[in-house]
Every structure is written in structure tokens, then in C-alpha cells.
Design a protein around this ligand. Structure first.
Ligand code: COA
Length: 175
């Protein structure tokens, strides 16, 4: 059974191969597999991700602190999900609290739905009563992931290019 884990050297080999999959589809996943092949560099990289939750680490107001988990099974990396600890005006319109992706070879197996479901009680335990989730209108799969996790449609926002983004709220408080 896959589960959430903090980024760690244990997933090094698998993460490198996932980076190639991300690259193949043009998805920005940060430093390249080439840059991260050295275990020491990779260890530093995972430490930096874990430090992302530290407010002093996040000096840029446009990029608030976040907690990132990797969705893994054994030593295999499957995907990642991050919880942004605060919202900027940009994130309020276009990003929301949560970002996620699943490596291409693991899609359509319920990974994103399960990964989001696993993060919700953690967010609740961190004090959040509800979360804002946003996806592009064209991203029907992401919309489905949000709706499967009880996302309630709020409204649409439109970016500078006129692209429509759908905003949802997930209530974390028991009824
Ligand atoms: C969006 C994304 C995370 C979904 O990951 P996933 O693990 O394949 O999603 P799931 O398997 O949980 O599928 C969720 C739902 O979408 C459906 N679905 C998944 N892929 C589909 C596809 N290609 N076509 C039609 N439906 C699809 C699934 O059947 C499921 O619905 P169901 O439970 O009613 O059957 C993944 O496609 C991805 O990483 N995309 C690129 C990054 C991205 O868009 N991130 C989200 C930004 S808001």
C-alpha cells in the first residue's frame, strides 16, 4: 500500500527515473536527474525540501512555506503533494493550498485521489479547518481528484491569458 513519506535518500534511484518521466512530458520538476545523481547533492536537495516548511527558509513572499510529502511504496517514488502553509493573492486565485502530481507511469491507478485523501487529516491536525484547491478548467482529471475528496466548487478565476481556473473548498471539520 502506498503511503506519504518525507523526501529521503531512500527514494533516490526511483526519483531520478521519475524525473525523466516528468521531463518527457515537459512538467517542471525542479533540478534535473543529471544534477541530482550524486547522492550527496540529492541528500541536500531532500533536506532543502524538508526545510521548505521553515518560514525562515522561505524568504520570498511569493513562495510561502510548504510541507511536501512524497507518495511512495517501498523504495519506489510514485508522486508528490505539497501543502502551502499560507496563501498569497496569486495562490488564492490560481494555486490553492495544495499542489500534486503523479509520475506518468503510475497514473490512472487512483494515486492522486489517495494521496490527497491522505493529506487531509494531516492538514486538519495542523489546524486547518478548510483547504482551497484550484485546478485549470481544462484539467478534468485534477478536478475529479478534488471532487472525489469532497471539494465543493466555489467559483472561477481567470488569469492574464484568460484561462479559467476552478476554485474548490474542502471542509476538514467533521459535520
Ligand atoms: C492530475 C493527476 C495528479 C492525476 O493523477 P492520477 O493518479 O492519474 O489520478 P487518479 O488515478 O486518482 O484519477 C482520478 C480520477 O480521474 C480519472 N482519470 C485519471 N486519468 C484519466 C484520464 N487520462 N482520462 C480520463 N479520466 C482519468 C480516474 O478514473 C479517476 O476518476 P474515477 O475515480 O471516477 O474513476 C496526474 O494526471 C498528473 O500528475 N498530472 C500532471 C500534473 C497536474 O495536473 N497536477 C494537478 C495540478 S492542479
Amino acid at each position: 500500500m502506498p503511503y506519504l513519506a518525507r523526501p529521503n535518500i531512500r527514494y533516490h534511484i526511483s526519483y531520478l527515473s521519475a524525473l525523466l518521466e516528468y521531463k518527457e512530458e515537459g512538467l517542471d520538476a525542479g533540478p534535473s536527474a543529471f544534477m541530482l545523481q550524486d547522492p550527496l547533492v540529492f541528500t541536500r536537495y531532500t533536506a532543502d525540501i524538508c526545510a521548505g516548511a521553515d518560514i525562515s527558509f522561505s524568504k520570498d513572499a511569493a513562495h510561502p512555506p510548504y510541507v511536501m510529502w512524497w507518495w511512495v511504496e517501498g523504495s519506489k517514488y510514485l508522486g508528490r503533494i505539497s501543502l502551502r502553509l499560507s496563501l498569497t493573492p496569486y495562490l488564492t486565485s490560481y494555486g490553492g493550498h495544495v499542489g500534486y502530481d503523479v509520475r506518468k507511469s503510475e497514473r490512472e491507478r487512483g494515486m492522486a485521489s489517495a494521496m490527497l485523501a491522505a493529506v487531509l487529516p494531516l492538514a486538519r491536525s495542523m489546524g486547518y479547518e478548510n483547504l482551497l484547491l484550484v485546478c485549470e478548467k481544462q484539467n478534468a482529471v485534477s478536478r475529479r481528484v478534488i471532487e472525489k475528496n469532497s471539494g465543493m466548487f466555489l467559483d472561477s478565476s481567470y488569469d492574464e491569458e484568460g484561462k479559467e481556473h476552478l476554485r474548490f473548498q474542502i471542509n476538514l471539520m467533521p459535520a
